[in-house]
Design a protein around this ligand. Sequence first.
Ligand SMILES: [Zn+2]
Length: 455
Amino acid sequence: MTDFIITGGRVIDGTGAPAYEGSVLVEGGRIAATGAEADARATNRPNLRRVDATGQTVMPGLIDTHCHLAFDDAGSNAEIFHQRRNGLSALVAAYNARKLLRAGVTSMVDPDSTFENMTDVRDAIDAGLFEGPRMSCGAYALITGVGGTAGRLIRDEGVTGYYMVVNSKDEIVREVRRQIKHGADWIKVHVTGIVPRQAHRGEMCVWTLDELKLICDTAHELMTPVMGHCRGAEATRRAAVAGFDFILHATGMDDAALQAVADRKIPIVPALTFQANMVDYGDRIGTSPDLIAMFEREITESAPTLSAAHKAGVPLLTGSESGFALVPYGDWHYREMEVFVKYFGLSTLEAIECGTRKSAFGMRMMGEIGAILPGYKADVICVNGRVEDDLTVLGDPANITRVMIEGVEKDLSEPAPRKPIPGWRLAQIGGVRLTRALALGRPAAPAALHVEELH
Ligand SMILES: [Zn+2]
């Protein structure tokens, strides 16, 4: 039975409206009424279950539109490419999925996965085999022979990790259709890549406009949307013109790129949580000040255009890029909202709207999830404290007292600690070069953190 009334809480409805004190009535897994109407309807049902949320915020569950559940907080692309196994990574994803629930995440978008196996995890969650957020998935990320963000680690053809190389227009059509047949909700494209010899240029657009259009035409024929990883102006502009439905990152836009995105109101997930973590906490893991400054520039240089996009009506969605060691599962899913407030000038309530109602787009469920409004699915969380005054309360699972998906409460108990899995992590023989200078006790330069480009 999924009928109950939540009373005594402060409701943030996810539309950007101010919080209010009031009840939320849930019937059949959906929000049936709010405020006085919820109370009035509940008086006619004396046996209705009552959920006390006094002192708590009642709000839509968070939607993380950029999370890689197959990667298991990997330290490097090499680990993902060479250490992972298909069945086991799906089982590990089931373990990690609970961390997202405990962080208040009720839906997530998984853009690409090793072995395309997150489509299996998605189906298993939907079937009730284990608990996790509702998922919407891509399969392998499409790239050209130039490669993605892992340079020469990526083979010239076929699959490497979460990538599939397509080397001709025929291969594009074949692969898009194959992924859709096997259950992809999204086609994910790495529109930009790094050419190692030209790394100083940053990420470059590695597709022609015609190729990008072909991807969109083939996918859209089969009712499947396309998302693109784009860093830099030309890639973002080309993806927008080609018909992409969703743009990941969109950093480094120029006026033409911004115009192309704004004309079409294409949602963007900046996914700058990782960079923000490096800025605020990089010194705790030995990151050099130079590198920290570089990460900060990546945010501050893109903030004016992303802020302008928001003002022009482009939906900004939240995504943590969790799945890598520097943004582990369960800890940082709320953090992108802080980035939107701090760097883009959004109000806290606007940022919460981005992380809930607007991010429903990534699930292709706009109008169905992400708001506490009558008719919406009851994806609801209860949080100790006033979230509109302090987003960071969402960062502590101890504050998140209830997580419901379609009115069904999820298990928020802490997962049992895990032990190492043989051959799972990339073996490292130290991280420091044992030079004679170091061995003989001369003062060493601080160890510089090597950070691979995230994808
Ligand atoms: Zn990603």
